[in-house]
Design a protein around this ligand. Sequence first.
Ligand code: PAN
Ligand code: ZN
Length: 193
Amino acid sequence: MSALQTLYDLRTGAGTGDVVRVVRTLADMDGHFADPEAYQAARDAHNPVVYEVFWSTVPEAEGEVPYCTTVIQPGVVGGEYFMTKGHFHSKRMTGEVYLGLSGSGLLLLMDEGGVLEVVNLNPGVAAYVTPGWAHRVVNVGREPCVFFAAYPGDAGHDYGSIAERGFSQVVLQGPVGPELLPSPRWHGGKAKP
Ligand code: PAN
Ligand code: ZN
């Protein structure tokens, strides 16, 4: 046995030690935002970092429990908040635990039929991702949104169906706060009212 250890800064989410940093910029998120023109303009202008993941080096294998922190920057594209890509687990009946560390996020949970549930992922909130449900976090605050996650090593990440259809609802900046609206890609219409 070799003891893996990571030191996480609980405010910034940055990890050191046995950790791999993965950066997702806007260019890595083609097709994920509801407004293609706004997306292209922001990507071509300055291609900001949307989120980073500080992944443990725990193997992605049965019996293992990989973990990571995710740091989502504040920002919007066409009024839609920065967010993670989101995914189903390839091995559908595997769950996950998220723990909010800093900032304010919305955890979107969606079943295969598009039924959506929302959890406020604030600091201290341990949110359970039920097996079979896709999951995405949206940063609805003005500071980076930071959370910790741990999941079964054989879960696998299925990004394909989300890249194809997205989630059934999008989270847009409204006059008094975040608003959930039907996604144009699920419902064949416009996201903006
Ligand atoms: C998380 C996510 C992490 C990044 O560790 O992988 O927050 O989000 P995306 O994977 O959607 O880009 C997790 O849910 N792992 O299973
Ligand atoms: Zn997951």
